[in-house]
Ligand binder design. Structure first.
Ligand code: SAH
Length: 266
């Protein structure tokens, strides 16, 4: 597979961008570096003229063809590897890599997977809930002032991916489950773990963080997701049948204890 076609498996995803010029400049950066496409989530001011001015004529098709979604979860549904970017370090005690460290890993995964490079809004960055959707967090190293302009951050990450050394492997990297499949699995795991009282129902998402982190680190295939879904269904079925058996035993004991009424025919 050529580097050009691998780069087409990457998309830039801008979550809640506030300034249309930044969307235009991000489109230009993506086009410069041969990235596949641009996705925007709930832009504050979707003004095409202001975007196009920064995108320039050559990258205008990125703006014309860009997909727009109301929320990040929906935007990421078809991606199977998601990279969140943040100017802050130590997000949820997760391993944070630099673009240079992550780029060779990503280019390898791009053989089989669609990869989303996710960037947050100019003022607040990505929320914790948005970060929890990501397999990997990336921070661009800087001097003390760590917050870059959104489009400049997009450019640096795309540049490192563009330069990454692709070494074709004898054995293909596996195709991972996509975000929609993973989120359905997390939902099922959460419900099952609440039912068996493994996690607290008052703040289940907090308890799920460790499970999400662990699964992101491994990178689950679709078959593995199906396996975990099957285990959860079996646990739920077993719990239900145990409860039914208990009810039956209790009812039988109650019947045994009750004094037998006189039979009419006696
Ligand atoms: N104040 C915000 C910064 C927002 S800058 C914060 O603390 O996160 C807008 C976006 O640009 C960020 O959400 C991130 O996606 C990207 N960005 C800016 N600086 C970055 C850095 N040093 N490393 C990685 N991404 C960065």
């Amino acid at each position: 597979m050529s580097l050009d076609s691998l780069l087409k498996n990457f998309s830039i995803v801008l979550s809640h961008p506030r300034i249309p010029e930044n969307i235009g400049a991000a489109a230009r950066a993506a086009c410069n570096m041969g990235i596949g496409g641009l996705i925007v989530v709930a832009p504050e001011d979707p003004n095409p003229e202001r975007m196009l001015k920064m995108a320039t004529h050559t990258a205008a098709h990125f703006i014309r063809e860009m997909e727009v979604y109301p929320d990040l979860k929906e935007a990421l549904a078809n991606f199977s590897y998601i990279v969140g970017t943040s100017a802050r370090s130590g997000r949820g005690r997760r391993l944070v890599l630099s673009p240079r460290e992550v780029a060779p890993i990503l280019i390898q995964k791009a053989v089989q997977n669609k990869i989303a490079l996710v960037f947050g809004p100019e003022d607040k960055g990505l929320s914790n809930a948005e970060i929890s959707l990501c397999h990997q967090i990336v921070k661009i190293p800087t001097a003390e002032f760590s917050s870059l302009n959104l489009a400049q951050a997009v450019m640096i990450v795309c540049y490192e991916v563009f330069l990454a050394d692709f070494k074709p492997q004898k054995k293909d990297t596996p195709r991972l489950a996509d975000s929609q499949e993973l989120e359905l699995m997390y939902d099922k795991v959460k419900k099952t773990l609440i039912k068996i009282s493994f996690i607290q129902p008052d703040n289940p998402d907090h308890w799920m963080m460790n499970i999400r982190r662990f699964c992101s680190r491994i990178g689950l295939s679709k078959n593995e997701v199906n396996l975990i879904m099957g285990v959860c269904r079996q646990i739920e079925w077993y719990g239900k049948s145990c409860a039914q058996n208990k009810r039956k035993t209790r009812a039988a004991k109650k019947n045994d204890k009750q004094p037998r009424g006189k039979n009419k025919n006696e």
